[in-house]
Design a protein around this ligand. Structure first.
Ligand SMILES: [Cu+2]
Length: 146
């Protein structure tokens, strides 16, 4: 009897435990704009944010990425360091930047897309931006996690 009960529990448990992710799509265009600057999330709920480049200007001069930072991080500081990391997809690897960056996509050219996945572990405002040189001041937003 206990055997069957355990079997039943093992079948039900994964269904209860797996919280469906919050899925969001953001587009990025040749005018250096993200389609949305405000996203909402929940503590402990996985997020799957699709970043899609819908422009036409070649990758070398207009690529975009999506970089998500911890609450309280300074976008300008991280952006300034990422600009110098051209050989690493404009993702800085110094200790301060590594501590600030939670998740990121590769640099995307026209028509390309990528799903950035992360699960917020605390409430707060998570800044996001594009780190291609010159883009962050226009291309940024906030994921508000409650
Ligand atoms: Cu960009």
């Amino acid at each position: 009897m206990i055997k069957y009960l355990l079997l039943a529990l093992s079948l039900i448990a994964p269904l209860v435990a797996a919280t469906p992710p919050i899925k969001v799509e953001i587009t990025a265009n040749d005018q250096m704009r993200f389609s949305t600057r405000k996203i909402e999330g929940k503590v402990g709920v996985p997020m799957e944010i699709t970043i899609k480049h819908i422009g036409k200007i070649p990758k070398a001069s207009m690529s975009h990425n999506l970089v998500i930072l911890k609450p309280g991080s300074l976008m300008a500081m991280v952006s300034a360091k990422c600009i110098q990391a051209k050989d690493n997809n404009y993702i800085a690897t110094d200790a301060e930047s590594k501590a600030a960056i939670i998740a990121y996509s590769p640099q995307l050219g026209p028509g390309e897309s990528h799903v950035v996945k992360f699960t917020p572990t605390e409430a707060g405002d998570y800044p996001y931006m594009c780190t291609f040189p010159g883009h962050f001041s226009e291309m940024n937003g906030t994921i508000t996690v409650k």
